[in-house]
Design a protein. Structure first.
Length: 430
C-alpha cells in the first residue's frame, strides 16, 4: 500500500470575542498568523508560543508544526510532539492526527502503533479525512489494531467521500484486490479516477492499467496512454515503462521506437529492471536508438543484477556472441544458468547446448539432457529436438528410440525441420 500522509495545515484565523487573558492569546495568535503569512517564521514562532502557553489549542498546534518543519525554530520532533499533545488533549483534530503520525513513525516519541491508532481514531471520529485514511492504513497492516480489511475499507471510504485523494486511491486498491470489499474493478476504476483527477500519480498509473487490461472499463489503449503519461510526467517509473511499451507496440499512440526509448530510459534511470531490459533490447536491435551492443550490455547487466531473468538470458547471448562485451562462454554460461533457474526456456536450451559442446562448462551430456528436458517440457521445439537426439544416441540418458521418437514428434509438430527429417529416417528403417 501507500505511505502515510502527514497533514500539515496552514494556520487558521480564529475570530474570538472572549475577554481578558483569552483575548490576549487570540491576539497573539493572530499576530503569529500575520508573521507566518509574511514568511517571518521566527516572529510567528514567538507569537504562537505566547498564545500556546496560555492554552490556545490552535496556537499549540501551530507551534508544533513549526517545530516539526524547523520553521523559525530548530527542527525538534520532541517539541512538536509536546505541543501536539497539548492541543490534542483539547480535542483539536489536526493535532490528534499529527500526534498519531509521530507515534506511527517514531518521531519525537517512541514508535507505538497503538498510540498512533488511538490518536488517529480521536481525529477520525471528528471527521478528519487524513486521520481516517491513516487509521485505515493501520487496519490494513494490522499495526496497533487487529488486521481488518473491512475496517480498512470503512475508514478509507469515509476519507474518500471527503475527497481525500490517497484514501480514494487506497479504496481503489481494495476493490481491485477484493480486500474488505467484493472485488469490483468498476468500483476500483471509479475511485482511481477521483484520485487521478486530483493529480495522484499512483492512481493515474493504476487507472492506466485498468484501461490497458480492460478491467472495470472498456479496454482503451488511448485512455491508458493518457493516464500513463500523466503519471509518467510526475516521475512514476512504472508508468514511464508502460508508456514506453505502448509506443513500442503502437497501442493508443503511433508506433514510435524513439519515444519508447525515451520513456524506457526515464524508468531505467530510476532502476526499473523491466525498462532497463527493454532499453537494452532497443540498443541490441537498433530500434529508436543507434544499434550499440555495448549500451545493450550495460542495460542488460543493470537489470540482470536485479534478478531480471530475460535480461540475464539476453546478457548471456551477448557474451556468447561477443557483442558489446568480449566473447566469453564461461560468462555466457553463468548468465544462462541464472535465467534458466528462473524458468526461461531459451536459457535452458542454450545452457543445454553449452554442456553438450563443452563451451564455458565441462562437456557433460547428463547436464545437457537435464536442461534440454526443462526447456522441452515448456514446449521449446529446439530443446525437444535436442532431447530426442540425446535419447536416440544414448548421450546423458539411456538410449531409448521410442522416447527419442516422442520428442522428435513434439518438435516436428511445431515445424522443426530437423525433427521431421529424423522421423522420416526412423520410420523408413522400421
Amino acid at each position: 500500500m501507500k505511505k502515510l500522509i502527514l497533514l500539515l495545515l496552514l494556520p487558521i484565523l480564529i475570530v474570538c470575542t472572549a475577554k481578558g487573558q483569552e483575548e490576549t492569546a487570540v491576539e497573539q495568535y493572530n499576530l503569529g498568523i500575520e508573521a507566518f503569512n509574511a514568511q517571518r517564521y521566527e516572529e510567528a514562532a514567538k507569537w504562537y508560543l505566547k498564545a500556546a502557553e496560555q492554552g490556545l489549542a490552535v496556537a499549540q498546534y501551530n507551534i508544533g508544526l513549526l517545530n516539526y518543519n524547523g520553521q523559525g525554530v530548530p527542527q525538534n520532533y520532541e517539541e512538536a510532539a509536546k505541543w501536539y499533545l497539548k492541543a490534542a488533549e483539547q480535542g483539536f483534530a489536526e493535532a490528534q492526527n499529527n500526534l498519531g503520525v509521530l507515534y506511527d513513525k517514531g518521531q519525537g516519541v517512541p514508535q507505538n502503533y497503538e498510540e498512533a491508532a488511538k490518536w488517529y481514531f480521536k481525529a477520525a471520529e471528528q471527521g478528519h479525512a487524513g486521520a481516517q485514511c491513516n487509521l485505515g492504513n493501520l487496519y490494513y497492516k494490522g499495526q496497533g489494531v487487529p488486521q481488518n480489511y473491512k475496517e480498512t475499507a470503512k475508514w478509507y471510504l469515509k476519507a474518500a467521500e471527503q475527497g481525500h485523494a490517497r484514501a480514494q486511491y487506497n479504496l481503489g486498491v481494495l476493490y481491485c484486490e477484493g480486500q474488505g470489499v467484493p472485488q469490483n474493478y468498476k468500483e476500483a476504476a471509479k475511485w482511481y479516477l477521483k484520485a487521478a483527477e486530483q493529480g495522484d500519480a499512483v492512481a493515474q498509473y493504476n487507472l492506466g492499467l485498468l484501461y490497458d487490461k480492460g478491467q472495470g472499463v472498456p479496454q482503451n489503449y488511448k485512455e491508458a496512454a493518457k493516464w500513463y503519461l500523466k503519471a509518467a510526467e510526475q516521475g512514476h517509473a512504472g508508468a514511464q515503462y508502460n508508456l514506453g511499451n505502448l509506443y513500442y507496440k503502437g497501442q493508443g499512440v503511433p508506433q514510435n521506437y524513439k519515444e519508447a526509448a525515451k520513456w524506457y530510459l526515464k524508468a531505467a534511470e530510476q532502476g526499473f529492471a523491466e525498462a532497463q531490459n527493454n532499453l537494452g533490447v532497443l540498443y541490441d536491435k537498433g530500434q529508436g536508438v543507434p544499434q550499440n551492443y555495448k549500451e545493450a550490455a550495460k542495460w542488460y547487466l543493470k537489470a540482470a543484477e536485479q534478478g531480471h531473468a530475460v535480461a540475464q538470458h539476453n546478457l548471456g547471448n551477448l557474451y556468447y556472441k561477443g557483442q558489446g562485451v568480449p566473447q566469453n562462454y564461461k560468462e555466457a554460461a553463468k548468465w544462462y544458468l541464472k535465467a534458466a533457474e528462473q524458468g526461461i526456456a531459451d536459457a535452458q536450451f542454450n545452457l543445454g547446448l553449452l554442456y553438450y559442446d563443452g563451451q564455458g562448462v565441462p562437456q557433460n551430456y547428463k547436464e545437457a539432457a537435464k536442461w534440454s528436458r526443462k526447456a522441452a517440457e515448456q514446449g521449446h521445439a529446439g530443446a525437444q529436438y535436442n532431447l530426442g537426439t540425446l535419447y536416440y544416441n544414448g548421450q546423458g540418458v539411456p538410449q531409448n528410440i521410442s522416447e527419442a521418437e516422442k520428442w522428435f514428434q513434439k518438435a516436428a509438430g511445431q515445424g522443426n525441420n530437423q525433427a521431421k527429417e529424423v522421423l522420416r529416417k526412423i520410420r523408413k528403417n522400421k
